[in-house]
Design a protein around this ligand. Structure first.
Ligand code: ATP
Ligand code: MG
Length: 156
């Protein structure tokens, strides 16, 4: 799978629009404590349709919207887009590049888009599942969660 780029706007600590390109060879993001590394991982799960505020490390889902600082106004919505190279048709979609987007407004309403066209959450969840990345597949594992997976009982 070729995951090319993330665009983040108004999500958590990313007040301004930020573009993170994953050139071939990029395997890690490093930086000081609190600089936003886990927020990047959260942003990916956000697009995948995550609905648990707790797993986004907030008390309400709206906590993912940039909530302002002393010098900056809070944002009224957030938007994250994941860009995939689809020239090998890993997604069963007729585009050479697939862009999956989720927006969340202060009203609590989410909007999902495939290549800028509004779709259902289900369409995005299904698209991820088709390429083997589902909520249940542990494809994105949060900080501190590896231990709970390794120590899980069979019943869990
Ligand atoms: P560590 O190395 O400690 O794991 P990290 O690089 O993973 O750190 P994150 O947890 O991604 O850091 O980022 C935490 C920062 O994101 C905190 O400074 C927090 O204030 C900020 N943050 C989280 N939610 C919001 C929000 N809604 N608005 C503004 N800032 C936010
Ligand atoms: Mg972290």
């Amino acid at each position: 799978m070729n995951f090319e780029k993330i665009d983040i706007y108004g999500f958590k600590s990313f007040a301004d629009k930020v573009e993170i390109k994953f050139e071939p060879g990029v395997t890690a993001i490093v930086g000081p404590n609190g600089c936003g590394k886990s927020n990047v991982a959260d942003s990916i799960r956000f697009v995948m349709g995550e609905s648990s505020a707790k797993s986004m490390r907030g008390s309400s889902m709206l906590d993912v919207i940039f909530n302002g600082t002393e010098k900056r106004k809070a944002q009224s919505y957030c938007e994250v887009s994941l860009y995939f190279d689809n020239s090998q048709k890993i997604f069963n979609l007729d585009y050479d590049q697939v862009v999956l987007t989720r927006k969340l407004y202060k009203s609590g309403e989410s909007e999902y888009l495939i290549n800028k066209t509004v779709c259902r959450k289900r369409d995005i969840v299904d698209a991820f599942r088709d390429i083997g990345l589902g909520k249940e597949s542990y494809s994105v594992i949060g900080q501190g969660k590896i231990d709970s997976i390794l120590s899980a009982k069979p019943e869990d």
